[in-house]
Every structure is written in C-alpha cells, then in structure tokens.
Design a protein around this ligand. Structure first.
Ligand code: TYM
Length: 341
C-alpha cells in the first residue's frame, strides 16, 4: 500500500497553481485503485499552520484560514471518509520530529535551499529562524508518517530532496544503515506542475504575490475569473501551434498549460486546436473552461464554510488518526537516538 502525504500552508487564499499543481493529484491518488474494499492508497492531507507562522501572520485570521484550506481540499474532491484531513498544529509529533532533525542536519544543507533566498530576499537578517529551517519541518511532516509518495508542484522538488537526504542520513547514523525512514517519492505530474503569474510568465503564480490580477483564487467568482484571464498578458502574435512557437513567450506558454490541465489534454492537443488563432478567440474559451471547472469548487467551498463546526469535526477526526500514526514514529526515533524513556 502506498502512503500518500501532502500539505498546504493556510496563508491567504488558495490559487489555481495549488489546485493544478497539487490538489488535483491528491484527489487522483485518493481515487487510484479504489474498489468495493476501499482505497488502495492511504492518504493524509495536512493544513500546515505551523509553517504559516514563519512569516508575520494575522492572529485573528489563522484558524479561519486553516478551516478554509480544509474546505478547499474537500470541495476539490478530497473525501474525509477516505482520506485524513488534519491541522499540523493538532499533531505535536511534527514539531517534535522537526527538532530532532534540526539538531542533526548540517546548516550547509539548508543554505542550498533556493526558496529561503527567494522569500527572505534582501532582508535575510530579519527573516525568522523558522523560515530558514522550514524545510526541516517539512521533512518531518513527511517522514513522521513514513510516507512513500508526496504529490506536490514543481517548486517543492528541492525540499523533497532534502527530506530524502535527511531520511538516509538518519538511517545511516542511528539505524546502522538499515531503513527506518523510507525514501519518499515526489509525485509531480500533469500539464501544469508550475503555473506562472498571469502578468509575468517568469514568476510563479503565488497566493502571496501583491497583485491579485496575477492569480486566480479558488474563491474568485465567475466574473472575476473571466476578467483576470481576459487581462492576462499575451503578445501581438497568434496562439502557437507547437513548442517552438512558445519559445520566449512564457505568458503564452503558461496559458496553454493551464488550458491543457483544466481540459485534461496535452499542450500539443490544445495547440492543435487553437494554433494560429487570435488570443481574442483563445482567451474567452479559456475563461469559460476555467469558470466551468472552478465554479463548482468555489460554490462547494462557500457551502462548507457556512458550517465551520462540521469542518472542525473533520479536522478533529483527521488529527486523531494522524496522531495515532505519527506519535509511534517519534517514540521510536527517540529510542534510536538514545533518549531516556
Ligand atoms: P504551498 O502551500 O506553497 O503550496 C501548496 C502546494 O501547491 C503547489 N503550488 C504550485 N504548483 C504549481 N504551480 C504553482 N504556481 C504553485 N504554487 C503552489 C506547491 O508545490 C504545493 O504542492 N512547503 C509546502 C507545504 C508543505 C508540504 C509539506 C508539502 C509543508 N509540509 C509536506 C508536501 C509535504 C508549501 O509551502 O506549499
């Protein structure tokens, strides 16, 4: 049996990249090999609220963002009867294992992480120590469940490699080279593993980017989605017919990728259909498709958010199961490291 683990931060609203790069694949893995005996895979999907405090956060909004993120998972098709949805802060084993790893991971491994450099920018001195050691907590999120597969967008690849290094180094140092932590496999699939900003094709679409016009939020209504796509940056040319015609046109290539992912086609199929046409034809088609695919998710999220007690009950049940799976890993890890118990 595969054990699937993945997480999102409850910072701001989820955007299209979160959905196409990750969430959709979470649902596919949950449904993979499903028969009358249940799911073939055991899936755990966390809302990583401890990660969210590594940048200044809004105390009043945190709990609600956690609920909203859980609601987005469910609205997109994660079924709380088959997958476990939980808040990271409700499972103390994550932070415990993170400390054991923090104390034994070389600084040099963290120095290589490009996301810290991007997020801290010129303000490295003021960035929190948590933002720097964040990839260690992420490794703990994964390894505390001995997860075998981790579905994520392309931007998390380097963090996954670190998790693999931490696992092998632990096995080497504390378990005589035998496997205690398995090597988690990244699952990075689909036509949109890296969705870019609608205004600048060299920047990743992100929930924390300043301008809302750069992204499609899962909470946007149909008019807003259409407006953002119609205003998305393109150029004076026509829709490309092949990869070569996408070269040097990152915004255009991005829209093709989004269309392909939303319509479950390859980019080649999309270019075969629209190649040579004006963006005045392609953009409305993309806007209609995005509205058709995203509106049901937005509507369901709104319904779920109207009943926060129900979401809290789902998060509580998920945390019970997550604690049951995670705590023994910390206990065994401590034993292997030689702690008194
Ligand atoms: P986060 O919260 O930034 O994003 C959640 C997921 O969405 C993917 N994603 C994207 N995919 C394609 N295009 C984009 N523009 C885009 N933006 C975001 C991310 O790759 C991710 O899969 N460190 C993680 C959260 C995390 C985690 C974990 C993930 C913490 N612990 C353990 C997996 C396993 C993060 O900040 O993701």
């Amino acid at each position: 049996m595969k054990r699937i683990l993945s997480c999102m931060q409850p910072t701001n609203r989820l955007q299209l990249g979160n959905y196409l790069g990750a969430l959709r694949n979470w649902v596919a893995l949950q449904d993979e090999g499903q028969d009358e005996n249940g799911s073939a895979n055991e899936c755990l999907y966390g809302v990583v609220d401890l990660h969210a405090i590594t940048v200044p956060h809004n105390r009043e909004a945190l709990a609600n963002s956690t609920r909203e993120t859980a609601a987005a998972y469910i609205a997109a098709g994660v079924d709380p009867d088959r997958s476990y949805i939980f808040a990271q802060s409700a499972v103390p084993a994550h932070a415990q294992l993170a400390w054991l790893f923090t104390a034994t991971t070389p600084m040099g491994w963290l120095d290589r992480m490009t996301q810290f450099k991007e997020k801290a920018g010129k303000n490295k001195e003021r960035a929190s120590a948590g933002l720097y050691s964040y990839p260690i907590l992420m490794a703990a999120d994964i390894l505390v469940y001995k997860a075998t597969h981790v579905p994520v967008g392309d931007d998390q690849k380097q963090h996954l490699e670190l998790a693999r290094d931490i696992a092998s180094s632990f096995n080497e140092k504390f378990n005589g080279g035998e496997e205690f932590f398995p090597q988690p496999e990244p699952v990075i699939t689909g036509a949109a593993t890296r969705v870019m900003s609608l205004r600048d094709g060299t920047q990743k679409m992100s929930k924390s980017a300043e301008s809302d016009m750069t992204r499609i939020n899962l909470t946007d209504d149909a008019d807003t989605i259409s407006k953002k796509i119609k205003k998305a940056k393109t150029d004076a040319g026509v829709v490309p017919s092949n990869d070569k015609e996408c070269e040097g046109r990152p915004e255009v290539a991005n829209l093709i990728g989004i269309y392909a992912a939303l319509s479950d086609q390859t980019k080649e199929q999309v270019m075969a259909e629209f190649g040579g046409q004006q963006f005045g034809v392609f953009k409305p088609a993309l806007a209609d498709l995005a509205v058709e695919k995203l509106s049901p998710i937005t509507n369901r999220m709104n319904e779920l958010m109207a009943d926060p007690a129900e979401i809290d009950a789902i998060l509580r049940a998920g945390a019970d199961k997550a604690n049951e799976l995670a705590q023994p890993t910390v206990d065994e890890t401590m034993k292997l490291m030689g702690f008194w118990s």
